[in-house]
Design a protein around this ligand. Structure first.
Ligand code: UT7
Length: 325
C-alpha cells in the first residue's frame, strides 16, 4: 500500500510584545531614521509585528508552538520520531535548534535537524519530512518554522527593519494511508545570494563581516511573483490538479502586494488567500505555519480543504506544497 503523510495537528506562538508601525516609527525617529505607518501599510500591508525579548531564542518560540501542534494531533511528545526545524536564526552556531527543541520537549533519540532555506524553510522542511515518512524512516514528524529575525535587523536601515518579526509555527505530519501531501516543488538559484543575505560569519572568536540583514527589495519582489506562480503551477501539474481546486492559498507572508500578484496570476480571488502579514510582518520560515495555524484556529481552513503553501526567499529559494488538510 502506498504510504502518504498528512498533517494531524497545527500550533503556533508569537512572543507577547506586539509593536505597531506607529511605535516602531517613533522608536526609529529617535535614532534619526524616518518612516511612517502610512508608508509601511501602503507598500507592504504590515500593521504590526511581534518582537521577542532579548534573551528569547528560536527554540523558545518553537516549544509552545510544537506543544500546541502535538496536542492538536492528539499524541504525546514521546510519540514524535523526527524533528525538522526550519530557521535562519538558530539559537547557536551548533547544535541545531531542532536538537535544543527536542531536549526542551523532554524527548530523546529521534533524529532532529535544522533546515536552512530562509523564507522557503518551512516548505523545504515539510517536503523533507514527507519524503522521510513515505520511505518509512519516520511515522510522526514534528515540522517547525521558528525565527527571531529581530536579532539580525539593522535598525538604521528603514528599507528592511520595518518588514520583519519573530514567531514560530509547527505541524505534526503523520504517516497515512491517504494523502495528505499531494505534491511539492522546490527550487534554489544561488546566483542570487547577494539580493537577500546576512553576509557575516563567526571566525576566530569574532564576527567577521556584517551580521545584519541586507536586501535588494525590488529585485526580491520581481523574482518572487514569477517563481511563486511557476512553483504553484508545477505543483498542481504534479498532482493532476488545477488552480480551481485550491481552497486556500497560504503564501509566505512578506508583502501583501506579492500575495495579490500571485493570486492574480493564478486567477484566485483574494478571499481564498490567507493573510497574516498585517499582524505578523515577515517571520521568514515561521510565516507559513503561523498563517496555517491561525487559519485553522479561526475556522477558515477545515478538514479536507486543499491548501497550497508557498515559500520564497534568500538563497534564492522557492517552493510549494499542495496538500489535502
Ligand atoms: O522574505 C523574503 C522575501 N522578501 C520580500 O518579499 C521583500 C520583497 N520586497 C518588497 O516587499 C518591497 O520591495 C519593499 C517593501 C522592500 C519596498 O517596497 P517598494 O515599493 O519596492 O519601495 P522602493 O524600494 O521602491 O522604495 C520607494 C521609496 C524610496 O524612496 P525614493 O528613492 O523613491 O525617494 C525608499 O527610500 O520608499 C523609500 N522607503 C521608505 N520610506 C519610508 C523605503 N523604505 C521606507 C520606509 N519608510 N520604511
Amino acid at each position: 500500500m502506498t504510504r502518504y503523510s498528512r498533517i494531524s495537528g497545527t500550533g503556533s506562538y508569537l512572543p507577547p510584545r506586539r509593536v505597531t508601525n506607529a511605535e516602531l516609527a517613533a522608536d526609529l525617529a529617535s535614532r534619526g531614521v524616518e518612516t511612517s505607518d502610512q508608508w509601511i501599510v501602503e507598500r507592504t500591508g504590515i500593521h504590526a509585528r511581534h518582537f521577542a525579548a532579548p534573551d528569547v531564542t528560536s527554540s523558545d518560540l518553537a516549544l509552545p508552538a510544537a506543544r500546541q501542534a502535538i496536542e492538536a494531533a492528539g499524541i504525546q511528545a514521546g510519540d514524535i520520531d523526527l524533528i525538522v526545524l526550519a530557521t535562519s536564526t538558530p539559537d547557536m552556531v551548533f547544535p541545531s535548534a531542532a536538537c535544543i527543541l527536542q531536549s526542551k520537549l523532554g524527548i530523546a533519540g529521534c533524529p532532529a535537524f535544522d533546515v536552512q532555506a530562509v523564507c522557503s524553510g518551512f516548505v523545504y522542511a515539510l517536503t523533507v519530512a514527507d519524503a522521510m515518512i513515505r520511505t518509512g524512516a519516520a511515522r510522526k514528524a514534528l515540522v517547525v518554522g521558528a525565527e527571531v529575525f529581530s536579532r539580525i535587523l539593522d535598525f538604521s536601515d528603514r528599507t528592511t527593519c520595518v518588514l520583519f518579526g519573530d514567531g514560530a509555527g509547527a505541524v505534526v505530519l503523520e504517516a497515512s494511508d491517504t494523502p495528505g501531501i499531494l505534491a511539492s516543488d522546490l527550487h534554489a538559484d544561488g546566483r542570487h545570494v547577494g539580493i537577500l543575505c546576512v553576509p557575516g560569519t563567526v571566525s576566530g572568536g569574532r564576527v567577521l563581516g556584517d551580521p545584519l540583514l541586507k536586501m535588494d527589495g525590488q529585485a526580491v519582489f520581481k523574482l518572487a511573483v514569477g517563481v511563486l506562480e511557476d512553483a504553484a503551477r508545477a505543483t498542481l501539474a504534479k498532482a493532476g490538479k488545477s488552480a480551481a481546486d485550491i481552497d486556500w492559498l497560504i503564501p509566505h507572508q512578506a508583502n501583501i502586494r506579492i500575495m495579490q500578484g500571485t493570486a492574480r496570476r493564478l486567477k484566485l480571488p483574494m478571499d481564498k488567500v490567507i493573510v497574516t502579514v498585517n499582524e505578523h510582518g515577515n517571520t521568514s520560515a515561521a510565516s507559513i505555519p503561523l498563517a496555517l495555524d491561525a487559519s485553522v484556529r479561526s475556522g477558515k481552513v477545515k478538514k479536507g480543504d486543499t491548501l497550497m503553501l508557498e515559500g520564497v526567499g534568500g538563497g534564492f529559494t522557492w517552493g510549494a506544497v499542495l496538500l489535502d488538510f
